[in-house]
Design a protein around this ligand. Structure first.
Ligand SMILES: *[C@@H]1O[C@H](CO)[C@@H](O)[C@H](O)[C@H]1NC(C)=O
Ligand SMILES: *[C@@H]1O[C@H](CO)[C@@H](O)[C@H](O)[C@H]1NC(C)=O
Ligand SMILES: *[C@@H]1O[C@H](CO)[C@@H](O)[C@H](O)[C@H]1NC(C)=O
Length: 332
C-alpha cells in the first residue's frame, strides 16, 4: 500500500519536481487571476460527459466543465478524481495545473492520491484505533503503524454513482457498515461545480446509520506553471496561520499547538518556496497542519502564487468552522 516510499517511487519520473497539495476540510478553490465578480450569476458553464473505461466491472464517466474564461475542469466518477484543470495564463497559453495521469490505468492504483476524494477519514488515525461509546474499532493499517486516508480501499478507490443536476456534478457513494473497519453505513454525497468566477466549489455531505468518524477532502496537487514543467521553486506561498500542530515520527500530532514564529513553517508573509524548502528539516518538504485559531481565518487564509512568468494564482478559503489547513509539499 502507498507508503511515502512508494509514492516517491511513483513520482520519480519527474525529477526534482516538487508537488503541492493543499488539503481543506470544506473547500472552495478560487483559481482567480482577479477578484471574483460576485454579481454575475448567469452561468455559461457547460458540462460534457464521456465514458472513461471501467474499474471493478463498473463504467467510469468523465465530466468536463468549461466556463466562459476557457477554464476546463475534468472529474471522473472513479474516486471523484479531478484529473485536469486547464487554465490559460495572461498570454492565453493553457496549462494543466493539477498533477495526474494520462489514462484510467494510472489512476487505478494512484499511490499519491492525485486529485481524489479522501474518505472515510482524511489523514492518519493513530495505530488505526479509536473508540466510540466504549466500543473499540480497529482499522486497516496501510501506513504502518497508522491508518491513512480511509484504509486500503478508501473512497479514492471506489466507483461513485454520478449524475448531473443543473450546473453541478453529483457523486454518491454508499460505504457499508464495517468497511475498512469503520462503523455505520455511510452515504456520502460530493458535488463539484465550476463557476464563471473561476471557482471550483466542492461540497461534501454524509449520513450514517451509526455513530462514526468522518473527514472528507480532496487531494489535488498543484503546479501553477503546469504539470510536468519542473519544480515549484518559483512559487510563493502565504498561509496566514500563527500555529501548527507538531507531529511525532509517524506523523501523528503530539497534542501541542506550536507557534510558527521563528520556524521554517512561518508562511505568514509571502515566502518563495525555492528559498524555504531546502531549509525544512528532513529535506522532505512540507507536511504541516496549520491552525488558524477560532477567529484567525482572514479574508483569505492561504494562497499559492506563481507570478514571475505566468500570473496564475490560487486562493484557498475555508468556511467556518473549518479552521485547519494541511499544506503538503513533497520533494522529489
Ligand atoms: C480532518 O482532516 C484535516 C486534514 O488532515 C485535518 O486538518 C483536520 O484536523 C481533520 N479534522 C478532524 C476533526 O480530525
Ligand atoms: C478498548 O481499548 C482500550 C485501550 O486499548 C482497553 O483498555 C479497553 O479494555 C478496550 N475495551 C474493550 C471493550 O475491549
Ligand atoms: C490539526 O490542528 C487541529 C488544531 O487546530 C487539531 O485539532 C487536529 O488534530 C490537527 N490535525 C492533524 C491532522 O494534525
Amino acid at each position: 500500500m502507498p507508503t511515502r516510499e512508494s509514492r516517491r517511487h511513483l513520482l520519480c519520473a519527474v525529477c526534482w519536481v516538487l508537488v503541492v497539495i493543499v488539503v481543506l476540510l470544506a473547500v472552495i478553490i478560487y483559481l482567480a487571476t482577479k477578484e471574483p465578480d460576485c454579481k454575475d450569476d448567469s452561468s455559461s458553464v457547460t458540462i460534457e460527459t464521456t465514458k472513461y473505461g471501467s474499474i471493478d466491472g463498473k463504467q467510469v464517466y468523465r465530466y468536463t466543465f468549461k466556463n466562459k474564461n476557457k477554464i476546463e475542469v475534468s472529474i471522473i466518477s472513479y474516486g471523484g478524481i479531478v484529473t485536469n484543470i486547464l487554465v490559460p495564463d495572461k498570454n492565453g497559453k493553457v496549462e494543466d495545473i493539477v498533477l495526474g495521469y494520462d489514462s484510467i490505468e494510472g489512476f487505478k492504483s494512484n499511490g499519491p492520491y492525485f486529485g481524489a476524494i479522501i474518505g472515510r477519514y482524511a489523514n492518519r488515525i493513530a495505530k488505526g484505533r479509536f473508540s466510540i461509546d466504549g466500543v473499540n474499532y480497529t482499522l486497516a493499517i496501510n501506513n504502518p503503524p497508522n491508518s491513512l486516508h480511509g484504509g486500503v480501499k478508501g473512497f479514492d478507490k471506489r466507483v461513485w454513482k454520478s449524475s448531473l443536476k443543473d450546473d453541478k456534478l453529483i457523486l454518491k457513494y454508499t460505504s457499508s457498515d464495517k468497511e475498512e473497519g469503520f462503523p455505520g453505513e455511510v452515504i456520502t454525497m460530493v458535488t463539484y461545480q465550476l463557476t464563471d468566477n473561476n471557482e471550483l466549489i466542492i461540497e461534501y455531505s454524509a449520513t450514517t446509520s451509526k455513530k462514526t468518524v468522518i473527514n472528507l477532502t480532496n487531494h489535488a496537487y498543484f503546479n501553477l506553471a503546469g504539470q510536468g514543467s519542473g519544480n515549484i521553486f518559483e512559487h510563493k506561498a502565504i498561509i496566514k496561520a500563527e500555529h501548527y500542530t507538531p507531529v511525532d515520527s509517524t506523523s501523528i500530532p503530539t497534542g501541542q499547538l506550536a507557534s510558527v514564529s521563528g520556524t521554517m513553517f512561518d508562511l505568514r508573509t509571502a515566502v518563495s518556496l525555492g528559498d524555504r524548502i531546502p531549509k525544512v528539516p528532513g529535506n522532505i518538504g512540507f507536511d504541516i497542519n496549520y491552525s488558524f485559531g477560532k477567529t484567525g481565518w482572514m479574508k483569505y487564509g492561504a494562497r499559492l502564487l506563481f507570478q514571475q512568468r505566468f500570473w496564475r494564482q490560487q486562493k484557498h478559503t475555508c468556511r467556518p468552522p473549518s479552521i485547519n489547513l494541511v499544506f503538503y509539499l513533497e520533494q522529489k
